[in-house]
Ligand binder design. Structure first.
Ligand SMILES: C=C(O[C@H]1C=CC=C(C(=O)O)[C@@H]1O)C(=O)O
Length: 408
């Protein structure tokens, strides 16, 4: 195996890099186009990870096996923590400051690059009506079980075009939103078909640089408007919404509680703020800590925190059980995490949101919404529809289709 080529941000000047100067790989298989840096990896080989067994020794073995101090693992954690992580060791990777979309991304090895589809078939899974009924059911469960404070329910849209989806173009368009981290991660093939998880997430699960650990949970949402006045109104209403603030606090509290034993300092220096993507407003709180022991890697921290109440609920096990009862589709890697982890343990893991699993002409999009007491099933259905907008627009589809309630 070739020695990995690594360009570390911290060793650079920190200035933005002209995309044309960036190391272009011809068969990129993994890309994260982040708010401050771009990570591209190629020549990815799957690393076997056994679910249900401690992650730390498995990671250490995988990284040691690479035979170089520069080794890195890239990949994805599925939503279901009983399923194995999908990790890969690339033969080459680069991490450079700045943001570049399709420019750094060579032809993905797993997916044929097609043109733009002119005809799409769209199938909601489930229909909006069935989703609303599931929200009503979740609220009824919460009445019966006072300890169940939050559950995140999702739905999917299956879209198929008349030609293979052009993943490079898709990633380029997703990377146009500076508030999101666009990503493309190869998934284990299913039935001989290559699959990719492609999306643009605004939510950082965890990042580690030396002893500094950061998380930026989001929860509580409002759809953005093209009208500046309505947009401001939506943001102001979100900022003071009791329901959304309760929904948000569940996530922040859970992450603080889980990180606390690992940190000698931990806090939320900026408090809760509004975060804007191109299509959504969210409540967000940056959490920053200093680790007691840097032996714990970014990937172990990600596996510890995942799934947070931004994608599952509180208490975690009860929420997960209700999700498996009420959701008809398999979340797969949606609501999991995507990222990278170096041999030093440094790395970034993002919550896999606003994404689609892509296989040839087919894309399966997912979106969810946090349900707490006081949630309105109709509003929560609309929130999921609004969250589909980023992917639908990037695919060239009319985002209005996500609001249609008819069953396929
Ligand atoms: C579960 C999703 O979003 C999460 C992240 C931000 C806001 C959320 C909310 O307001 O419900 C969700 O917790 C999704 O986009 O599918």
């Amino acid at each position: 195996m070739n020695k990995a080529s690594v360009v570390k941000t911290s060793e650079r000047t920190g200035q933005q890099v002209d995309p044309t100067d960036m190391p272009v790989t011809t068969s990129a298989c993994f890309a994260l186009v982040g708010t401050g840096e771009t990570v591209v990896a190629s020549g990815c080989r799957q690393v076997p990870i056994r679910a249900g067994e401690p992650l730390a020794p498995q990671l250490a073995a995988a990284l040691a096996d690479a035979g170089t101090a520069d080794a890195v693992l890239v990949g994805a954690l599925p939503y279901d923590r009983t399923q194995p992580a999908h990790l890969m060791r690339p033969s080459e990777w680069s991490r450079v400051p700045g943001r570049s979309g399709a420019g750094v991304f060579g032809q993905p090895s797993l997916v044929r690059v097609g043109g733009e589809a002119s005809q799409w078939r769209v199938r909601p899974e489930p229909s909006l009506e069935v989703y609303r009924a599931a929200v009503t059911e979740a609220l009824a469960h919460m009445e019966r079980r006072p300890d169940l404070r939050k559950v995140v329910l999702s739905r999917a849209l299956r879209v198929s075009g008349d030609r293979p989806i052009d993943v490079r173009a898709l990633l380029g368009r997703l990377a146009e939103d500076p508030a999101a981290t666009a990503f493309c991660v190869p998934l284990p093939p299913q039935g001989g078909t290559g699959r990719l998880l492609v999306g643009a997430t605004p939510e950082l699960l965890v990042s580690r640089r030396g002893e500094v650990v950061t998380s930026h949970p989001l929860a509580g949402s409002a759809r953005r408007s093209a009208d500046p006045l309505l947009d401001r109104e939506a943001a102001d209403a979100l900022a003071i919404s009791d329901k959304d603030n309760r929904e948000h606090r569940e996530v922040v509290t859970a992450i603080l509680d889980q990180l606390a034993p690992y940190c000698r300092e931990l806090g939320t220096p900026e408090g809760t703020r509004l975060v804007a993507t191109a299509s959504m407003w969210h409540l967000g709180t940056r959490i920053v800590g200093r680790l007691r022991d840097t032996a714990v890697s970014s990937l172990e921290l990600a596996a510890l925190l995942h799934p947070t109440p931004a994608v599952c609920g509180t208490p975690r096990d009860a929420a997960a059980e209700l999700i498996s009862e009420l959701e008809v589709h398999d979340r797969g890697f949606y609501a999991g995490a995507v990222g990278w982890c170096e041999a030093t343990g440094d790395g970034d893991w993002h919550v896999a949101l606003r994404c689609a699993e892509i296989a040839g002409r087919e894309a399966r999009l997912h979106a969810g919404a946090g349900i707490v007491r006081g949630s309105d099933p109709v509003a929560e259905g609309e929130e999921t529809a609004a969250k589909f907008a980023a992917m639908l627009r990037a695919l060239g589809l009319d985002e209005a289709i996500a609001f249609e309630g008819t069953a396929a």
